[in-house]
Write a protein that binds this ligand. Structure first.
Ligand code: SAM
Length: 291
């Protein structure tokens, strides 16, 4: 134990060697070993002392240690059983602070396991990262979601799609899903050389905090609208939205020019269009319902 009460742990390289954790490409394993960088990532959500946290894919436990050093009460789910002995050592080093689940994060009920208000912090496996994000962003918001914040490492291209502003090349359905009831920003870019082994592309940590859901809009309607609009993103709205009942009438009522293209329509405008279409539907059929 160090003087500041934080347990002394062996370097991550030694942990990897001792437990034979050669990175598996199939499991999206690119490990972070720089503890200062890991502490900076764990600091992105702000103070998390004694707060619940949830991590996907702890691997050898680098980010896990950093989250525990920040004082959170952590639940971590790891699919690779080879990592479990290394993680068990962390459970001992931080008594009562870490619970490791062995399994697939796509099948774990994170809300039930980590608890209300958890901060989700992860260096995500690239193959399930976007699917997990979409699941968290699509959760029930009444008027906020069960989680307090998302701090997630993605390939930089995915990170840019999440935080994209109206009119940019990356702007699309993912940006709208992340931003219509939340703030999304790139907290830091991470060079590929920071990972072992280095991936082909650069990465970035995205930080998302939730805001209250706009009233009178159903996520399902917003998704139908953005799927239609961005399904033909180079076409004018009057063409791309003509198959969506009520959409063209909604544009007219809101004074939105049907000759515009999807990428020029702001998040607020998409929300307004979805609300307007919903209000044209039979009463009670779509308002404020999440899947
Ligand atoms: N957190 C570690 C770090 O930052 O060094 C490892 C990050 S690595 C990019 C992704 C981790 O997710 C790996 O440990 C991998 O085994 C794990 N993983 C992959 N698919 C998973 C899944 N479906 N559920 C849970 N963990 C998964």
């Amino acid at each position: 134990m160090a003087a500041d009460g934080v347990p002394l742990l062996p370097p991550l390289r030694e942990v990897i060697a001792a437990h034979g954790l050669q990175a598996s490409k199939a499991l999206g394993q690119n490990f972070l070993l720089d503890e200062q960088l890991l502490d900076r990532i764990a600091a992105v959500p702000g103070p998390i002392l004694d707060q619940p946290a949830f991590e996907v894919g702890p691997g050898p436990g680098g980010l896990t240690r950093a989250i525990l050093r920040a004082g959170a009460q952590l639940v971590a789910v790891e699919r690779d059983r080879r990592c479990l002995p290394a993680l068990a050592e962390l459970e001992v080093a931080f008594p009562g602070r870490l619970r490791v689940l062995s399994g697939d994060a796509m099948e774990v009920d994170a809300r039930a396991e980590a608890g209300e208000g958890a901060h989700i912090i992860a260096n995500l496996p690239y193959n399930v990262g976007t699917a997990l994000l979409v699941g968290w962003l699509s959760a029930d918001w009444t008027p906020l979601p069960w989680w307090s914040s998302l701090t997630l490492m993605f390939q930089q291209e995915v990170a840019e799609r999440i935080v994209a502003k109206t009119g940019s090349n990356h702007y699309g359905r993912l940006a709208i899903l992340a931003q219509w009831r939340g703030q999304a920003r790139i907290a830091m870019k991470v060079h590929r050389s920071a990972f072992t082994p280095p991936p082909k592309v650069m990465s970035a940590v995205v930080h998302i905090t939730p805001t209250a859901a706009p009233e009178g809009v159903a996520l399902k309607m917003l998704e139908r609208l953005t799927a239609a609009a961005f399904g033909q993103r180079r076409k004018m709205l009057r063409q791309s939205l003509k198959g969506l009942p009520g959409a063209l009438a909604a544009l007219e009522q809101l004074g939105i020019d049907p000759q515009r293209r999807a990428e020029t329509v702001s998040v607020d405008e998409f929300v307004a269009i979805a609300r307007q279409i919903g209000s044209l539907e039979p009463l009670g059929s779509s308002v404020n319902r999440s899947p």
